[in-house]
Design a protein around this ligand. Structure first.
Ligand code: SF4
Length: 399
């Protein structure tokens, strides 16, 4: 079973690969559904494909907008370009884009995006008959639905999401952002208004707002919990699916690395004996409350959290190690830390992780400083060996 990680840019892609992804998914600058992600220009896409193939990994490119007439003109040339650089698959939701891909990039496999909301074996069979290689199933299916689709249409590859943010609607069937902000989720521009707080207004009484309060914080009644299926990996493996996917092309390299290595370990263990250390890794990234969402049932009470839409942040991403000289680590800083703080260093292999209480910090001029500030590079002289691709984090104070 393939582990598929998000790659918002080339650096995140490298972290995904080094922390255990078998494949990554990325977007070019047009026609993908994460317009606010950094995304890849053509040169970067070429480099990304080369990097993945040099490391025997696959790369899938999203072309999963619901296209408008104005989008169609530029698509054939873009699809031909993607075929010329030999991406491994295109992720598509719109039947019109699907048809263009079959015509202009016939050598590339097509994965039907979760935005297409495939929820039955009949829909899976339909897409197989059209020439799709894989279905990324709707996130609203439970384990029995998934098993039945696998059993009835074994000829098509199946992929499911195991980690990340959920929509309160079927993916792609949401118009709130387009309506309130003129930024369409179906064009990759969602501003996540499902995380906002709303009042109730009766239609014939405009201006008379009824505040909806669950408690003193109000109520976030569209707010979905984040998906987390790490405890179900053994069952998912038994389903013999082809791929499990992590959501989050807009998240940091720390998120990509930490989540990828947790699922890499869980898949490699292959049974229910996943250690708390591995599971806890998913509590150390920025996340909303977790749920197994629809995987068990369609009990909506378990999928929503009305109390707050704020992220839970137990740890801060401090920075990435960009260079090492023996036991000295040069770190590109994202968040401040100071002398006497305790930092955690994480690496692709859990066994290499260590903690370090900061004694001295040196700036780029080799001058000792008291605190490291964001967007600078500093040096720490550590007591451990430092494997490649290290990331530094710090536990937030309890208060
Ligand atoms: S507003 Fe929320 S539910 Fe709607 S598309 Fe955006 S993230 Fe999904």
């Amino acid at each position: 079973m393939e582990l598929l990680s998000p790659a918002g840019d080339l650096n995140k892609l490298k972290y995904a690969v080094y922390y255990g992804a078998d494949a990554v998914y990325a977007s070019g600058q047009y026609f993908g559904l994460r317009a606010k992600s950094t995304n890849f220009n053509r040169e970067q896409l070429k480099k990304a494909v080369k990097f993945c193939h040099d490391h025997h990994r696959k790369i899938y490119v999203t072309v999963n907008i619901f296209a408008l007439n104005r989008d169609i003109k530029a698509l054939p040339e873009y699809l031909q370009f993607l075929q010329s650089i030999q991406v491994d698959a295109l992720i598509i939701s719109d039947p019109g884009v699907f048809a263009l891909a079959r015509e202009y990039a016939p050598q590339i496999k097509i994965h039907v995006s979760t935005q297409a909301n495939v929820t039955s074996w009949s829909a899976a069979k339909f897409w197989f008959d059209q020439g799709a290689a894989r279905i990324i199933l709707a996130r609203e299916l439970n384990i029995k639905d998934i098993a039945e689709i696998k059993q009835k249409v074994p000829e098509i590859e199946l992929e499911i999401f195991v980690q990340g943010a959920m929509c309160m609607s079927y993916s792609g069937r949401c118009l709130i952002s387009a309506f309130l902000n003129d930024r369409s989720a179906n064009q990759g521009l969602c501003t996540q208004p499902c995380r906002w707080e709303y009042d109730l207004v009766e239609r014939s009484r405009p201006g008379e707002q009824f505040r909806i309060e669950q408690d003193k914080y109000g109520s976030y009644f569209f707010n979905s919990k984040d998906l987390n299926l790490i405890n179900r990996i053994a069952e998912i493996t038994e389903l013999e699916l082809d791929s499990v996917k992590i959501e989050g092309r807009m998240k940091s390299i720390y998120y990509v690395a930490a989540v990828t290595r947790a699922y890499r370990s869980a898949i490699d263990i292959g049974n229910n004996k996943i250690s708390d250390n591995i599971k806890n890794e998913l509590n150390k990234i920025s996340h909303r409350r977790y749920s197994e969402s629809f995987f068990n049932s369609n009990d909506s009470k378990k999928t929503q959290y009305y109390g707050s839409s704020a992220y839970i942040r137990e740890y801060q991403f401090i920075g990435e190690i960009t260079k090492t000289i023996q036991q000295s680590a040069f770190i590109a800083i994202r968040s401040k830390f100071s002398v006497d703080d305790t930092l955690e260093f994480i690496f692709p292999d859990f066994e290499d992780d260590f903690q370090y209480t900061v004694k001295e910090i040196f700036d780029e001029e080799n001058i000792a400083i008291q605190s490291a500030k964001p967007n600078t590079t500093i040096r720490l002289d550590l007591d451990n060996k430092i494997p490649n691709w290290g990331i530094v984090r710090k536990k937030n104070n309890e208060d």
